[in-house]
Design a binder for this molecule. Structure first.
Ligand SMILES: *[C@@H]1O[C@H](CO)[C@@H](O)[C@H](O)[C@H]1NC(C)=O
Ligand SMILES: *[C@@H]1O[C@H](CO)[C@@H](O)[C@H](O)[C@H]1NC(C)=O
Ligand SMILES: *[C@@H]1O[C@H](CO)[C@@H](O)[C@H](O)[C@H]1NC(C)=O
Ligand SMILES: *[C@@H]1O[C@H](CO)[C@@H](O)[C@H](O)[C@H]1NC(C)=O
Ligand SMILES: *[C@@H]1O[C@H](CO)[C@@H](O)[C@H](O)[C@H]1NC(C)=O
Ligand SMILES: *[C@@H]1O[C@H](CO)[C@@H](O)[C@H](O)[C@H]1NC(C)=O
Length: 681
């Protein structure tokens, strides 16, 4: 605020951190480190107008409707979630993006599971800043070609945070370390994971595992999706279709494969007395969400009639923890996948009352234009407030209570792991994320890169899309290409839907299985590098998977690139995203690059010329480039991390033009709680 107002005194000027030039009452200037400048307009613009400029007008601040608009410095706008975005950089031509936690098949234009009112603007100068509007009410943002944006919400307040970068990656670190640094994930959770809704019996699950063994595919995590439960009731095992599950899980663990379970926050409430104890114990503790009359709110979930645990109530953690501990005694699971936590209800036995919370006058452009669509009533009462205000915090509150529980079931000796469908700023400290219910299409594979880069920006560096696609039947070629891409997701999970042919790597026969095994071996080779990146994210908030523009932030061409990405600072991934394609046009930023596959022999021929180039990518190959100047720690791959961690370590040193390279390695026992906090950085 250095301003040459007439008669300014030295003390008033200096109180603003400006420089007073004696003898000239109009001089109150700023020293930007380069030299004192009297160009106050430059400084005013640089420090204020570029970040937020509400002179666009349109501010409304009223009960149940708040609106604010701002000019943006440039049309380089990124972020907001959770959506399926078709480009990483936003279309500024009046596009609406609703935000409100909601369970829906991944599709464009609709509000999905998480709620992230946060964006990045990369300025004309290529400096970047992020802005968080910390508000959990139903909202929408509308882009404008000005360039600008309008944000509207149904309540709360305007609590706006600015993170001034000035590099994109620094802005992300500032944002993430403010809302909550991400949890440290166990080493084994970086291994390959296999899951299917289609395992209706334990035998189908075993057949998929047998194919994994037959083709020697690395396999660190296997899953119980909804079918392991008896009639989908939480904390039960189907005694017929999944007879022998506990023993099988033990057997898998001996082979080095851990078991992850899906758990829902909705609890079956329609049994006879004594029939379903998790429900009875919860009722005793009075931890269910209540309707406006004070009765428990009924909903409809997988097990039928249900109540919803209120995770904003501190008492709920005790109930939730006790149930998880009891179940752990029955089944030795290693991770919790929390789902259904928007929260979702298929329907309600009675419609929500017509009042100003359930039917407010202004509803943002969310799906079905209804706050109560496929969820509970807005006038429901939770410990923390009306559901109207805390709806999008349901997953956040569940995560906050579930990570301590995941640790409690391991006697607080292991760090545990949780990932969740619904998320909110700050939840990354307790859970990570997968991108939800996608489809087996080439487009969904392409757009997964955007979602993953966004969630890394939001503070969820452990993230992946369902490899091969969840809904619809995949094809061998798509599944193979998706594994080549997914091998470089931080969360690499193949997840299939129900009533579909299998899509585990072994299902497609030897040729496909071999390609998948090879690329997973590259992943396992690089796990020490990936683990070090996860550690770095945990202590600094830095993204693990990121757009090229974060690493090459002085190259404006990278602002539009979202079909390639960086794994950390040193590995460039250029996946094939189209069917029947064996050559791709890829951007190679200015650096020294080496093909991953022959890194020790030949530097590639496009060093130091930022340009697009055509890369050969036959079906069994994904272009990977190591960046000069970096050292990547490696380890000889194996069928699980249990065995790979006993193998020799190695280093890939890719030299820069000066003949130098640097890197780091974080190493510990991979799962101990606390080890990661005690080493100096
Ligand atoms: C699984 O296969 C075994 C051996 O063939 C059989 O005894 C068992 O009934 C099958 N279980 C289910 C749930 O189909
Ligand atoms: C991995 O290999 C080891 C040693 O050969 C074996 O004992 C183990 O069962 C294998 N595990 C998997 C998941 O294939
Ligand atoms: C809600 O569920 C409880 C427990 O199953 C049941 O007693 C009650 O009648 C249900 N209420 C409504 C409105 O469906
Ligand atoms: C709810 O009430 C308002 C005002 O009383 C009325 O205009 C509106 O049509 C009602 N909506 C529904 C869905 O019944
Ligand atoms: C890819 O090739 C297959 C087999 O020739 C063909 O059926 C399919 O339509 C092709 N897909 C595209 C997108 O060209
Ligand atoms: C970039 O590649 C294009 C097409 O191959 C070529 O015409 C152009 O000269 C290249 N630009 C630079 C700076 O090398």
């Amino acid at each position: 605020d250095c301003f040459p107002w007439p008669g300014v005194t030295r003390s008033a000027c200096e109180a603003r951190g400006c420089i007073y030039t004696s003898g000239d009452p109009n001089q109150c200037t700023f020293d930007d480190g380069v030299g004192t400048s009297s160009n106050i307009f430059y400084h005013a613009e640089h420090f204020f107008l570029q970040v937020f400029d509400t002179s666009l007008g349109g501010l409304v601040f009223s009960d149940q409707f708040i609106q604010i608009s701002t000019y943006l410095n440039s049309a380089n706008l990124y972020g907001f979630g959770e959506h399926e975005h078709h480009s990483f950089k936003h279309d500024m031509n009046f596009v609406h993006w609703p935000m409100w936690a909601h369970d829906e098949t991944v599709q464009t234009g609709v509000n999905l599971y998480g709620h992230h009112p946060v964006y990045m603007n990369v300025e004309e100068t290529l400096d970047a800043h992020m802005v968080l509007i910390l508000n959990s009410n139903a909202a929408e943002v509308v882009t404008m070609p000005a360039p600008g944006l309008t944000y509207r919400t149904t309540g709360g307040l305007l609590d706006i945070y600015f993170f001034l970068g000035p590099q994109p990656e620094l802005a992300v670190q500032q944002y993430v370390s403010t809302v909550g640094l991400p949890m440290m994930v166990p080493y084994w959770s970086l291994g390959y994971q296999l899951c299917s809704v289609g395992y209706t019996t334990i035998n189908e699950s075993k057949s998929a595992v047998d194919r994994m063994r037959e083709y020697d595919i690395p396999h660190d995590v296997h899953y119980g999706d909804i079918n392991y439960m008896m009639e989908y009731r939480g904390f039960t095992i189907d005694p017929v279709n999944y007879a022998g599950l506990a023993e099988y899980v033990e057997h898998l663990k001996e082979e080095g494969t851990r078991f992850f379970i899906i758990v829902h926050p909705v609890i079956w409430n329609a049994g006879e007395p004594g029939e379903y104890l998790p429900y009875e114990r919860g009722t005793e503790m009075d931890i269910w969400i209540k309707d406006s009359q004070g009765s428990y709110q009924n909903g409809s979930g997988w097990p039928g009639s249900v109540f919803f645990a209120d995770f904003t109530n501190p008492k709920t953690e005790e109930w939730w923890g006790d149930e998880c501990v009891l179940f752990k005694e029955e089944l030795d699971y290693s991770g919790l996948w929390i789902n259904w936590n928007e929260p979702h209800s298929f329907s309600l036995p009675e419609p929500c009352a017509n009042n100003s919370l359930n039917q407010p006058i202004f509803v943002p452009g969310i799906i079905e234009k209804g706050l109560t669509f496929k969820t509970i009533c807005m006038d429901n009462q939770q410990y923390m407030g009306k559901h109207y205000d805390v709806h999008s915090l349901y997953g956040w509150s569940m995560a906050k209570q579930t990570l301590p529980v995941a640790r409690r079931v391991e006697n607080n000796e292991k760090r545990g792991i949780v990932f969740s469908r619904s998320t909110f700023p700050g939840a990354g400290a307790w859970n990570q994320h997968w991108l939800g219910y996608n489809e087996a299409t080439w487009e969904d594979m392409r757009w997964s890169i955007i979602g993953i880069m966004e969630f890394n920006m939001f503070g969820f560096p452990y993230v992946g899309a369902d490899i091969c696609g969840l809904y619809e039947e995949t094809s061998a070629q798509l599944c193979q290409r998706w594994h080549q891409l997914g091998a470089f997701y931080s969360l690499a999970r193949n997840h299939n839907g129900g009533n579909l042919p299998p899509q585990d790597p072994g299902y497609f026969g030897e040729e496909v299985a071999e390609v998948i095994r090879d690329v997973l071996h590259i992943r396992y080779t690089l796990l020490p590098y990936l683990y070090t990146l996860m550690y770095n994210a945990h202590i600094t908030g830095a993204p693990v998977i990121k757009p090229l523009m974060f690493e090459f932030d002085d190259d404006a061409v990278t602002l539009d690139i979202d079909d390639q990405f960086m794994l950390g600072p040193a590995l460039l991934i250029s996946p094939v995203l189209e069917e029947n394609t064996t050559s791709i046009r890829a951007y190679i930023p200015d650096s020294r690059w080496f093909s991953y596959y022959d890194v020790r022999r030949t530097p590639s021929n496009f060093d130091n010329i930022a340009n697009f180039t055509q890369l050969e990518a036959p079906l069994d190959f994904i272009p990977l480039h190591v960046r000069g100047g970096h050292v990547l720690p490696t380890q000889r791959p194996a069928n699980t991390t249990v065995t790979s961690r006993n193998n020799p370590l190695g280093l890939i040193a890719a030299l820069d033009d000066a003949g130098e390279a640097r890197g780091s390695l974080f190493w510990d026992d991979g799962e101990e709680l606390g080890s990661q906090c005690c080493l100096s950085v």
